[in-house]
Design a protein around this ligand. Structure first.
Ligand SMILES: NC(=O)C1=CN([C@@H]2O[C@H](COP(=O)(O)OP(=O)(O)OC[C@H]3O[C@@H](n4cnc5c(N)ncnc54)[C@H](O)[C@@H]3O)[C@@H](O)[C@H]2O)C=CC1
Ligand SMILES: [Mg+2]
Length: 319
């Protein structure tokens, strides 16, 4: 069994002791136990299991990282299965609401053992998977993993000529004109994705000016069935000579913005945003722009970017 390492121990419902009182006694060390642990003495890796730490979170869940077994002999599945069953039983008694189990990819045979005890995948990354088991009352309230992917395109408009940069994708069945763009990298700002993707696909350097539109599409086949957010940004060109990526694009050109707004050889998204951009080009970009401001995040010490329509000065400085 696995004693919990968090500062606070959760009391199970019905075991509340008035006045707080002492913590329940810590379980005896694994080696001293009888019953299900006896067989573990000889099982490979059992000693390492005893050293694992279970960390509590502020919601009352408990996390165990099997990566802490690094350098230990490979665990026998049976030993792990018995250890997990006993530990879960103890956490249940302690009133924990959930278990988070991180499994390094090379220990993946233990995933099946955990799954046979009710655990399910929460998410997987390159080197590990994380499984969860809900112990609380009623249906699980654990948040799911990422729900969306983010694509960003750049509508690069040369204001001196009224031409906009467009491409036709090589791998798409319909070769419609669209703005160059692609998927955001983890941790990448929207504007930075637009600059990077425009440059990678067309060779054109550009600067982020504003967000023009946001499209949300559920069950997107290109997002492995997840939802897809597609943001189109207004960009200002910093170079003009096209050198497009032959792998990704079939064609690339500077096209008259009004022609793009009128052509049928495009998607509804590109067509509508071309019309919006044409309106802004003629009537002022302040009519269409969703601009960005940066602020310090209060609790984390990080910064975030807030995107919204222009706020008039008197409102901006209200206290
Ligand atoms: N105008 C529109 O209306 C369009 C919007 N989009 C949006 O743009 C974003 C994605 O842009 P992309 O240009 O597609 O991304 P991207 O520019 O990041 O390119 C993705 C790359 O991955 C490759 N790829 C994708 N799936 C693959 C697979 N299964 N195996 C091997 N290679 C694979 C593609 O060939 C491409 O080279 C999404 O948000 C999408 O919804 C994409 C196309 C058209
Ligand atoms: Mg692309």
């Amino acid at each position: 069994m696995l004693p919990v390492a968090g500062a606070e121990r959760f009391r199970s419902r019905g075991r509340h002791r008035p006045g707080g009182g002492r913590s329940p006694p810590r379980p005896a060390p694994l080696s001293a136990m009888a019953g299900p642990w006896r067989g573990l003495r000889r099982a490979r890796g059992w000693a390492a299991l005893a050293g694992l730490r279970a960390r509590t979170d502020k919601f009352g869940g408990v996390s165990v990282d099997l990566g802490e077994l690094r350098g230990s002999p490979r665990l026998e599945r049976a030993a792990f299965g018995r250890w997990l069953r006993e530990s879960v039983s103890q956490w249940r008694d302690e009133g924990r609401i959930a278990v988070w189990l991180r499994v390094p990819i090379l220990q993946s045979s233990l995933v099946a053992v955990a799954a046979s005890q009710g655990f399910a995948f929460h998410h997987a990354e390159q080197g590990s998977s994380t499984l969860t088991l809900w112990l609380g009352e009623g249906p699980s309230r654990l948040p799911g993993f990422a729900t969306h992917q983010l694509g960003v395109a750049g509508a690069v408009l040369d204001e001196s000529t009224g031409k906009v940069l467009v491409v036709q994708d090589r791998n798409k069945t319909i070769n419609a004109w669209k703005f160059p763009g692609g998927l955001s990298n983890p941790g990448e700002d929207i504007g930075d994705t637009a600059v990077r993707e425009v440059f990678e696909e067309t060779g054109i350097k550009s600067e982020f000016k504003s967000i023009l539109s946001i499209r949300q599409q559920h069950k997107h086949p290109g997002a492995f069935g997840k939802s897809d957010m597609y943001i189109i940004c207004r960009m200002e060109p910093a170079s003009f000579r096209i050198s497009f990526c032959q792998h990704e694009c079939l064609r690339c050109e500077w096209m008259d913005l009004e022609q793009l707004a009128r052509t049928e050889n495009t998607t509804p998204i590109t067509s509508n945003v071309a019309k919006l951009l044409l309106f802004g080009y003629r009537e002022g970009f302040d009519r269409i722009d969703i601009t960005m401001r940066e602020f310090p995040a209060v609790y984390t010490g990080l910064f975030y970017k807030l995107y919204h329509r222009e706020l008039p000065e008197p409102y901006r400085n209200m206290t």
